[in-house]
Write a protein that binds this ligand. Structure first.
Ligand SMILES: NC(=O)c1ccc[n+]([C@@H]2O[C@H](COP(=O)([O-])OP(=O)(O)OC[C@H]3O[C@@H](n4cnc5c(N)ncnc54)[C@H](OP(=O)(O)O)[C@@H]3O)[C@@H](O)[C@H]2O)c1
Length: 341
């Protein structure tokens, strides 16, 4: 048996391309005392990987040609010589883009055990119940804590962070308005995620549509994109409104060139805006608390996120290119092996 890996072929310049990556078959690792071998079930593709590959994301060193791409999988322990893990355990861990991974259970691998539930697919543990979901929970519950009846706006609303944030705010009794990049995404956001409205920012008159969708102004803006969209939305923020600074999707390919978007900070000052910077790693110990809130909502049909899923590790580069271009609809995910061997 060989271990299929996706490695870096060359550092992407600007937007990543499929041939920046290459597939390779490596030897299967040997299970030594103190280690365990996992079989990857599903790989999460996330926007931070663009910066991580280039060594621009917290704790990630720049990858070289031939290095396995960073990434988190939900996986099954196949064989273990580690006291903390047994064959059959389900874990989420930083295994990279590969079929099999040998872990020592150390901090670098960020291993987290997962309870197998018959009504929840394991892939949810790298999506709505994983790091993206926890990000949304931290922003909504721990930072903004929006009031009942207040207006909550979120960008990248069809994705796992934005979609979960909006549904958590809805569960708190907010009026929730999404912003997304196509009419189809907006349909999903309202029809499937239950937002009150969704505005497609690709229409030229979207600021006017947003104003109509938020007749009482915006109390909380959960920002996933930065750039000009952030500038526009802040003009509609109520006095002392909150902005959760979560992501900069419009900037990730440009930061490499040293380019940054200059904001008119005067608008933030005149609005007395409260800017709340969010880093999900600060909330790693809140996963159980998050699941206590999220799983009942999922079971009640009040929290769901679409998966934008491909099967087969060799298809990961194409989906990653799609994600970074903003063309994904829902959680970008690669199925690697069936949930049960
Ligand atoms: N702070 C943290 O700790 C933390 C943790 C996790 C994620 N994040 C951030 O949260 C945001 C959402 O993450 P996610 O995993 O849920 O991603 P996602 O929504 O699945 O994908 C990103 C979305 O961003 C939108 N987008 C807007 N402007 C874009 C542009 N110029 N180029 C490309 N895409 C653009 C696209 O949706 P539309 O077509 O709808 O615009 C795209 O589908 C990202 O910025 C991510 O980096 C932050």
């Amino acid at each position: 048996m060989r271990n299929l890996q996706i490695q870096l072929a060359r550092q992407p310049e600007g937007a990543p391309k499929v041939d920046d990556f290459r597939a390779a078959a490596a030897d299967m690792p040997n299970v030594r005392p103190g280690t365990f071998l996992t079989r990857s079930i599903a790989l999460s593709l996330d926007p931070y990987m663009r910066g991580a590959i280039a060594g621009r994301h917290m704790g990630h060193t720049r990858l070289n040609q031939g290095d396995v791409i960073y990434g988190r999988c939900v996986a099954e322990v196949m064989e273990s010589k580690h006291a903390g893990y047994a064959a059959g355990d389900i874990v989420v861990l930083e295994s990279g883009w590969q079929q099999f991974y040998l872990s020592d259970g150390g901090a670098r691998d960020q291993v987290r055990k997962v309870v197998r539930r018959t009504d929840i697919p394991l892939s949810a543990h790298v999506g709505v119940l994983g790091m993206p979901g926890l990000t949304a929970f931290a922003g909504v519950e721990k930072l903004a804590n929006p009031a009942l009846g207040s207006t909550f706006v979120v960008t990248a609303a069809a994705g796992p962070v934005g979609g979960t944030a909006g549904q958590l705010a809805k569960a708190k009794g907010c009026r929730v308005v999404g912003i997304a990049g196509s009419d189809e995404k907006c349909r999903i956001v309202t029809a499937e995620y239950g937002f009150d409205a969704c505005i497609n920012y690709k229409h030229a008159d979207w600021p006017a549509r947003l104003k109509a969708g938020c007749p009482d102004g915006i109390d909380t803006y959960f920002d996933n994109v930065g750039g000009e969209v952030l500038d526009q939305i802040v003009t509609q923020l109520n006095l002392r409104g909150k902005v959760v600074m979560c992501g900069l999707m419009s900037q990730y390919n440009r930061i490499a060139d040293g380019a940054s978007h200059g904001h008119n900070l005067g608008t933030f000052v005149s609005k007395r805006a409260q800017l709340l910077g969010l880093v999900v790693y600060d909330y790693a110990d809140k996963m159980t608390e998050f699941h206590k809130a999220a799983i009942p909502l999922m079971r009640a049909g009040r929290l769901s996120i679409r998966e934008d899923r491909v099967e087969g590790l060799e298809n990961a580069p194409a989906l990653f290119v799609k994600l970074i271009a903003g063309d994904n609809t829902g959680k970008a995910l690669v199925g690697i092996a069936p949930e049960r061997a």
